[in-house]
Design a protein around this ligand. Sequence first.
Ligand code: G6P
Length: 614
Amino acid sequence: MCGIVGYTGGRQAYPILIKGLKRLEYRGYDSAGVALINDSSELLVYKTKGKVKDLENVVEGKDTGGCTGIAHTRWATHGEPSDINAHPHVSENCNLAVIHNGIIENYLSLKKELMNLGYHFKSETDTEVLIQLIQYMMDSHGISLEEAVPLALRNVIGAYAMVVIDRTRPGSMIAARKGSPLLIGVGEDEYFVASDASPIIEYTDKVVYLDEEQIAFITCGEPLRIIDLKEVKQTPVVCKLELSLSEIEKGNYPHFMMKEIFEQPRTLKASMQGRLNTELGTVKLSGIIDNRDRLLNAKRFIICACGTSWHAGLIGKYIIEEFTRIPVEVEYSSEFRYRKPVITPDDVVIAISQSGETADTLAALQLAGEAGAFLFGICNVVGSSIARATNTGCYTHIGPEIGVASTKAFTAQVTTLTLMALSLAEELGTMTEERRHAIVNELQLIPDKISKILEHDPEIAELAKTFTYARNFLYLGRGYNYPIALEGALKLKEISYIHAEGYPAAEMKHGPIALIDEEMPVVVIAPKSGNYDKIVSNVQEVKARKGKIISIVTEGDEDVRRLSDHYFEIPDTEDCLSPLLSVIPLQLLAYHIAIAKGRDVDQPRNLAKSVTVE
Ligand code: G6P
């Protein structure tokens, strides 16, 4: 949540910052702002409610000079989206400006103390407290900004990624992180700071990932200096970025979501690359090989995740239990961390997270780690906080996912969980060789089968127009496709704002059936599988109540198709792999309904891609 970008060097900062904000806008987009130190050492601050393009309109024709600056795109936590609550926030003496991602939990008590000391606050944000506190430390102790920042941060409870500039020190920035990601791009006599690598990729491939509780002193023309909160000197570790510009641009697609849906044949191959041996019917995952004993002796797996990653976890439960016979529990990270869960050293906790930064999942891991569980991460973003907080894991290797509604990350997470289950099952001897071979072979075919489904996109787009009237949708599935009912409903509601619920098909009788009438679209995910006859009966029940049935069926299906008002075919596959296919038409359906309703699919209201607050 909230995107942060900063620059100091020989170039004009403003264009770099605006371009950077546009790349980070997926993180939050209710307001945006920029602060620059111009050549006369004045602090120029422009900010507004709305998107980055609104900020550009506000700034048009104004002074944007200066080679040092910071910029921010916000996802509101404290205080509604407004011009005043937008970042950067400025200190009482108007020398300092700060941008911040995270939450200062003790901001109310700090604010009260600072107000008693004569500091004035303009906004309702927690962030403004941070900058006033830093100025207070400077004034009251007669110290420099460099000395004041660690002192102030030691008085702060909560999470932050923040960057401060001082108009009296052009050419410098101070950045700090605790609980929210931040990295520093190292160029030739110039530095960049950003929430992720996308704003800096075209300028440098050298980055330093700030670690928890680290503070960086960034001055152009000088080496980077890093200390921890206790002011102990740290050695910056420069890493090489493996990211290309084309991965973070839309190319010929109208939206990132569309691009990412269509990338899935390729990204699935990337998730499997080098890991499958089709001749032997085996899977090699280094995260498992290196920690073989710990994983094979697990008494239980606990999967912690949020949102779409949680849905992938649910499919993971079905697969891991079927293949390995080890019990699996799937937890919402936010619930797990605050109830009193039973965790033992025999447990393996699997955290699933595209961003690798989700605050609740990170906290769930910390709790499990303290209880002695072994921690395994399935993340997409390399070097992310969750990837670093786990003992081992597997990256999904699909490149950046930018559309807020997760698509390619979901299929990659399900694929990775399948690989994990296959690899464990081989070692445990819980699956016949024949079955393992069959699944490994079938996995190889999935990308082409997805391509085949994607060819039907125009039909789905056409059908979507029929359903823009709907105020509610019901999604039903059984077995491996029950989580797909949840995921299909989530996709639709988050980008079209149509209320949608996913249900296990048989549970429909216990409540949702009351909602069904001739107005209600019911999406039924009914590929040929062990549960097929059961779901045919459920479809009959919907039909009897005149619900509008849209079904996802296996090619050549007769029974469900006959009962349906509309249907989409998917190629035949193994039951456990069918979610990888059945989710594709649902992603497209949600996308096209949202487009037909004129929604902003890449940046739906109130949502953010990377949820770094709890
Ligand atoms: C947000 C995103 C979702 C994502 C969820 C979990 O809600 O909008 O797309 O599924 O967070 O994120 P993670 O990065 O942990 O997978």
